[in-house]
Ligand binder design. Structure first.
Ligand code: ADE
Length: 221
């Protein structure tokens, strides 16, 4: 079973995420345990302070080292991967999700506000960005990483559902259809109702390639 600790100042943001659909089912089935920890409780300062103004001046508040590092050290064992969510991190890809699914214990550290003390970086194994845009905190990125990893864990969804995912072979998914056969004059491609599975496989492979060439030629390089 995988074990994930999420360090955040806003644990309630995870309520919906943990209590619906496939993630909830994965938790119920004991494929994963997720422990959301408010690292404010590790503060030793008055009013549980966790941030302060930046040295050198500038706007906003900066998360301090001590509460986050104390939380990491409290939760860590000798088989833990500590991940910091930051726009400056490694661009997140499906390949990384497949690597992370082999880990036993993840600690995800969510920053908030203007940033965190640079020295926190010495206490993490990996930094991840979910894209070139700036969110108000690392919580949504942490959910994105958890979601993409948990769906790959054994028994969470059928394996064929993810072997054919977009990006699995650096290709986008092929188009899919369901009933009705004719929707406002738009018909399902004949090959899909032909019953010829070899033809269907070929068609899907071709469409995947065509779609990737058109939309994401960068993936084919
Ligand atoms: N924190 C704020 N924006 C982020 C992003 N794009 N990826 C990861 N962490 C973030």
């Amino acid at each position: 079973m995988m074990n994930i600790d999420i360090l955040t100042l806003f644990p309630n943001m995870f309520d919906g995420f943990l209590n619906e659909s496939i993630i909830k089912r994965a938790i119920d089935k004991k494929a994963v345990t997720i422990n959301v920890v408010n690292f404010r409780k590790y503060s030793k300062l008055n009013n549980s302070q966790v941030d302060d103004t930046p040295y050198g001046g500038g706007s906003g508040m900066v998360l301090m080292c001590e509460p986050i590092v104390d939380a990491i050290e409290d939760l860590k064992d000798d088989d833990t991967t500590v991940i910091l969510l930051t726009p400056q991190g490694l661009p997140y890809k499906q390949k990384i999700a497949h690597e992370l699914k082999t880990k036993k214990h993840l600690i995800l550290v969510c920053g908030h506000y203007e940033g965190f003390d640079e020295r926190i970086r010495s206490f993490v194994d990996m930094e991840i960005s979910i894209g070139d845009y700036v969110l108000t905190g690392g919580e949504i990125p942490a959910m994105a990483v958890c979601d993409s990893v948990i769906r790959l864990l054994d028994g969470v969804i059928k394996e064929d559902s993810y072997l054919e995912d977009s990006f699995t072979e650096n290709l986008l998914d092929y188009p899919t259809y369901t009933k009705p056969y004719d929707f406002r004059g738009m018909k399902v491609p004949d090959v899909l109702i032909s019953g010829n599975h070899q033809k269907i496989d070929e068609y899907r492979k071709e469409e995947s390639l065509k779609r990737t060439q058109e939309r994401r030629p960068d993936l084919l390089k």
